[in-house]
Ligand binder design. Structure first.
Ligand SMILES: [Zn+2]
Length: 80
């Protein structure tokens, strides 16, 4: 739901992350809310991906707000 990671596999590609920005998940219903929270908490707009494209088994892909299976991952990639 809310993790700090150095990198994550997205569609088979290792993507380096800015680890001070968390990896969060949201369902469609809470996406706008989570986007606002992300910007408030980290003072930067996140990069977003479909949650199913993140291949890290250890990730808890549930919406941070309601715990439902998430559709969108919010994270911050290095160098973008
Ligand atoms: Zn939700």
């Amino acid at each position: 739901m809310d993790r700090k990671l150095e990198s994550v596999k997205i569609e088979g590609k290792d993507v380096a992350l800015l680890s001070e920005f968390h990896v969060r998940f949201a369902c469609m219903e809470h996406f706008d809310e989570e986007l606002d929270d992300y910007v408030n908490d980290f003072e930067a707009a996140p990069d977003t991906h479909q949650a199913e494209l993140l291949e890290d088994e250890s990730l808890d892909k549930r919406c941070r707000a309601c715990g439902a299976p998430a559709k969108i991952a919010l994270l911050k990639e290095k160098g973008l």
